[in-house]
Design a protein around this ligand. Structure first.
Ligand code: ATP
Ligand code: MG
Length: 447
């Protein structure tokens, strides 16, 4: 992409209402623009990151055996009356009336709709187990939308639903999602800690929130230090194998959000290992049995031929919220510092003197060769001054910068800067290409 053609409306001033760094940087770097409170347009740069996050989430759902579909944003109130949630959901639900006076709503979540879909298409235990998911916009009329995309009113969520015959089988589905979540956040470059969450009237131990530690997080959390750097299963993990021992090990150390905090239990953790911190909830997984299938009559015939309601769970990831969490984890005083897998472009190619024949020629050659190797390049071909070009590239935070100008070329060199470490090296053009290509390709292979 040539920067002269791209749409990158940077902001000079930090807007006063943006309290946390991720919100400030998303506005300053021209990634989002507010339409109304908690409702944003995704500008080209931000949209590229959102799609990359979404794709990693998708790949890990697919790997775990979930099947993608797409349900609408607008739903009929009728189904929510069947489940009993239409009244219960309260003011967070955006209720709409159509021209025929039918009550509709903008979906805050999809348990009812997916349960209806599943009951219409499933008869027998032989059709189980199944996991369905979609990545779709949700609307919740949050009382206090804030922190930009962290707590929006319109936000992108990945929600998966599992369907099983027995509670024991549902447990297996739950473990699959548990492992898939750890892999997903790890691939995004985030350290997530699964924490025990409230199961309400359902009871049991099958509800976890996945928390990324960050000073600006909305949740107060308590956990054992060892949980933060624990290994995550590799891409060879067998989702059809027995995942229970892994999950058991992963959940044996203390970790809870303030809703579930138990001082006595936490004090059993050796003092040096106790971490009290703030965190961002990026995912939530939940087994809820027959909470929706029973009232909505979503049944299958069991082994004895009698109908039983299916055992269900739901599994959410805040896709748009993750973008905020990523910036909270990866920035410095100059701007964003994107990890390669989610970077809007991999390389920022800076031409210090457009119009200089040799600089133009080499930049075009770099551009073509990098693109040919599958590397995404943002080519700054604009006439801006060098200082402005450097500051802009640092602000948008692409992982590598390649700087081409007459002074370097006089000695046959270009400069390569790694945004994360700030390290700069002078290389010949061929070396620079090899260096950058090698680094990026290896960072794109999932562990
Ligand atoms: P919270 O306690 O933060 O309101 P929740 O329990 O309402 O979250 P879920 O219904 O479990 O959230 O939704 C799944 C995921 O969607 C959450 O883990 C979170 O990452 C994301 N999410 C929820 N509400 C919002 C929001 N208003 N803006 C952005 N992301 C959200
Ligand atoms: Mg909520």
């Amino acid at each position: 992409m040539y920067l002269s053609r791209f749409y990158l409306p940077l902001m000079k001033e930090t807007p006063a209402d943006a309290q946390i760094i991720s919100h400030q940087l998303m506005l300053r770097a021209g990634m989002i623009r507010q339409g109304a409170a908690g409702i944003y347009s995704w500008l080209p740069l931000g949209y590229r990151v959102l799609k990359k996050i979404e794709q990693i989430v998708r790949e890990e759902q697919d790997r775990a055996g979930a099947v993608e579909m797409l349900m609408p944003t607008i739903q009929s109130a009728e189904l929510w009356r069947e489940s009993g949630r239409y009244e219960a959901y309260g003011k967070e639900m955006l209720r709409i009336t159509d021209r025929h006076d039918r009550e509709m709503l903008y979906g805050p979540t999809n348990e009812e709709l997916v349960t209806e879909i599943f009951r219409a298409g499933t008869r027998s235990y032989k059709d189980l187990p199944k996991m369905l998911y979609h990545i779709q916009w949700k609307f919740r009329d949050e009382i206090r939308p804030r922190f930009g995309v962290m707590r929006g009113r319109e936000f992108l969520m990945k929600d998966t639903y599992s369907f099983d015959l027995t509670e024991e089988a549902a447990r297996k589905s739950y473990y699959k999602m548990f492992v898939a979540y750890l892999r997903t956040f790890n691939r995004l470059g985030l350290k997530s800690v699964p924490m025990k969450a409230d199961t309400g009237p359902i009871g049991g131990d099958l509800s976890h929130e996945f928390i990324v530690l960050a000073e600006t997080g909305e949740s107060q959390v308590y956990c054992h230090r060892e949980l933060i750097d624990m290994a995550v299963p590799g891409s060879d993990v067998d989702f059809d194998g027995d995942l229970e021992p892994f999950v058991r090990e992963r959940t044996s150390l203390y970790a809870a959000t303030d809703e579930m905090y138990d001082e006595k239990e936490f004090e059993k953790v050796p003092e040096d290992d106790r971490i009290t911190a703030r965190g961002i909830e990026v995912g939530h997984i939940f087994f809820f049995g027959t909470k929706y299938s029973a009232p909505m009559n979503c049944v299958v015939s069991g082994h004895d031929g009698r109908n039983v309601p299916v055992q269900m769970g739901s599994y959410g990831i805040g896709v748009s919220r993750l973008m905020g969490a990523l910036i909270e984890a990866y920035h410095d005083e100059d701007g964003c510092r994107w990890p390669v897998p989610v970077a809007p472009f991999h390389v920022g190619l800076i031409n210090l003197k457009p119009g200089d024949e040799e600089s133009d020629r080499l930049c075009r050659e770099f551009y073509a060769k990098l693109q040919g190797a599958g590397i995404e390049v943002l080519y700054d071909d604009t006439p801006a001054r060098p200082g402005e070009k450097f500051a802009r590239m640092d602000l948008i935070g692409l992982p590598y910068q390649m700087v081409v100008g007459p002074r370097g070329l006089a000695t046959g060199h270009v400069e390569v800067k790694e945004r994360h470490s700030g390290e700069r090296i002078e290389l010949t053009p061929d070396e620079a290409l090899d260096h950058v290509t090698g680094k990026i390709i290896s960072a794109l292979v999932p562990a």
